[in-house]
Design a protein around this ligand. Structure first.
Ligand code: PLP
Length: 233
């Protein structure tokens, strides 16, 4: 299992390298996240030295895994799934970044908890539903700038550092590309509009990460490609 995981990671790193080259970028500017949802702690541990970030999308599952996580293992965890306000406190203990902020109320709840403990500059990304598919969370592209602006104004312990999206669920690669391009354009216009750097673009999963890299992704989130298929219980 450990061997399979490190072989998969090595292969993905090579493909990241070629996709970066193809678009005149450096692979050093692209972080690899291993998305470990539905996979056991042992597999996360096996991947942790080969990836830059681990990603989980359910707080409950992450709490259970985190209790067995060795203190000396510094690989950061990012939350990439929907967060309910009543789980925000736990999420802030476990995750270095919440990539899935999509309402002002959630950002404010996070801010209150951070302020209580004097934490500052906690990084969040705004999740944007570029494709408009109703099954996806995230704000619409036309609402993202306003949300980020309100967070900047009213949530002083929170730092908006990027945008995250899930590509459209289609085999049409040009539609996938347009969607990533749209997130990048949105980032550029939010940069100008808000004077925010927004250095991170979290986009690209197992089936579309090379396209995402060509369109400017800085974090690719790979589950199946590293860990194999998930078993939903
Ligand atoms: C599950 C998940 C991934 C990884 O998906 P794969 O197709 O298995 O690579 C990436 N991002 C989010 C938000 C996810 O929920």
């Amino acid at each position: 299992m450990v061997g399979m995981i490190s072989d998969n990671i090595a292969m993905i790193r090579e493909r990241i390298e070629s996709a970066a080259k193809k678009s005149g970028r450096s692979a050093n500017d692209i972080k690899l996240m291993g998305v470990s949802k539905y996979h056991p702690l042992e597999m996360m541990l096996a991947a942790s030295s080969g990836v830059d970030i681990l990603g989980e999308n359910r707080v409950q599952e992450a709490i259970a895994k985190r209790s067995g996580w060795p203190e000396g293992n510094a690989t950061p965890w990012h939350l990439i799934g929907h967060l309910q306000r009543n789980k925000a406190r736990k999420a802030l203990e476990i995750f270095s970044v919440i990539e899935s902020v999509d309402t002002f109320d959630l950002a404010r709840a996070v801010n209150v908890i951070l302020a209580e403990s004097g934490r500052k500059g906690y990084p969040v990304f705004i999740e944007v539903n570029v494709s408009g598919e109703t099954t996806k969370s995230g704000v619409g592209p036309e609402e993202a700038e306003q949300l980020a602006g309100r967070i900047m104004e009213y949530c002083s312990a929170v730092s908006v550092e990027g945008l995250m999206t899930i590509g459209p669920n289609t085999d049409d690669t040009s539609a996938v590309r347009r969607s990533f391009e749209r997130l990048r354009d949105l980032r550029d216009s939010m940069r100008d509009g808000l004077g925010l750097e927004l250095p991170e673009l979290s986009m690209g999963m197992s089936d579309d990460y090379e396209t995402a890299i060509e369109e400017g992704s800085t974090i690719v989130r790979i589950g199946t490609g590293i860990f194999g298929p998930r078993e939903y219980k």
